[in-house]
Design a protein around this ligand. Structure first.
Ligand code: PCA
Length: 321
């Protein structure tokens, strides 16, 4: 029997698997977003490494599930795998939202150190929901989009400001702005209809939503580097053969490294794209920086007061670096 199998393998007869597994993978972000380009490459890498045994189809721009539902869709096995904005589940535990604390980690190096502290903690938390984190990639540092230069925090007062998570909502409120939750895909429309007048996001999302059509100034406040995360359902993953599991893990390691490189290079290219389209690229004034830092300090105090034991563990490990 063994000899027969060997002969078949040598003849190439059993090199193609009988049953190929196909997975749907939702993400909230559009096709031009570097995260989406990266996860499509991740899917291709797995397909190649497994000889087509695991074939993942990426569904972008919230087309399969809206961003806010992706985590639970993977948890309940409506889909085996998905990508979402990690801090969007900070309402479950502040451990998930620490990357969106203003001025806590503002460079790629700091973001990497923070992820090293955060990863083991959220891996345990996600395991309670049958979820395995595969990889996580930061967005470029978050900047400020306004009409006209913003001299200090007082200049944000009264502006309707787009928010994408609870931390940004708190930030806007502390700046006396009025936060309005808007998905990335709806930014252009929210500005066009006057629903929002200012926002804080990466150069990637700013350029991808043609920020120059509705604001004229980008200020590099480099406030934080929030992350996307890709998770897989543990029961679905456990049902894969060890070889396919290994291929997924290998592709995940490569995707995290590649995604970070893409994120880094987008910071410059997308700021240039905004400048090329006529936007003023401004450095923040000292007054603006110190006002924003005061808000950051207050937010971190609030965060500490509400943090769970696991969340506190992340901050302690990060600050002990
Ligand atoms: N882009 C996403 C999340 C953070 C970012 O840079 C957004 O604006 O929704």
């Amino acid at each position: 029997m063994l000899r027969f199998a060997t002969i078949l393998a040598a003849a190439g007869v059993i090199s193609t698997p009988a049953i190929a597994e196909t997975w749907d993978m939702p993400t909230p972000y559009g096709d031009s977003t570097f995260h989406t380009v990266n996860i499509r490459q991740f899917a291709d890498d797995i397909k190649t490494a497994t000889n087509g045994e695991l074939d993942i189809t990426v569904h972008s721009a919230g087309s399969l599930f809206p961003g806010a539902e992706i985590k639970n869709a993977v948890r309940s096995r409506q889909v085996p795998i998905g990508e979402f904005f990690l801090s969007s589940i900070a309402n479950e535990d502040l451990a998930y939202g620490i990357d969106s604390q203003p001025f806590l980690a503002t460079s790629y190096d700091d973001a990497a150190t923070l992820w090293t502290a955060q990863k083991p903690v959220i891996t345990e938390l996600l395991a309670e929901q049958d979820l395995i984190p595969l990889f996580s990639v930061p967005w470029p540092a978050q900047g400020l989009y306004t009409n006209g230069e913003i001299a200090d925090v007082a200049a944000l007062s009264g502006l309707r400001m787009r928010a994408y998570n609870a931390a940004l909502e708190e930030f806007a409120t502390l700046a006396n702005a009025a936060p309005v939750q808007v998905e990335a895909a709806d930014i252009a429309q929210a500005f066009a209809t006057g629903q929002v007048q200012a926002m804080i996001t990466s150069p990637s999302t700013g350029a991808n939503s043609s920020a120059w059509d509705y604001v004229d100034t980008y200020t590099s406040i480099d406030a934080w580097l929030p992350k996307n995360i890709v998770v897989v359902n543990k029961r679905v993953f456990d049902a894969l053969s060890p070889e396919v599991q290994q291929a997924v893990m290998d592709a995940a390691i490569a995707a995290e490294a590649r995604g970070i490189d893409m994120s880094k290079s987008e910071t410059e290219t997308k700021i240039s794209e905004m400048a090329d389209n006529g936007m003023t690229i401004a450095a923040p004034s000292d007054a603006l920086v110190s006002g924003l830092e005061t808000i950051g300090t207050q937010m971190l105090d609030n965060w500490k007061a509400n943090a769970s034991a696991p969340a506190t563990e992340i901050l302690t490990a990060y600050q002990a670096r």
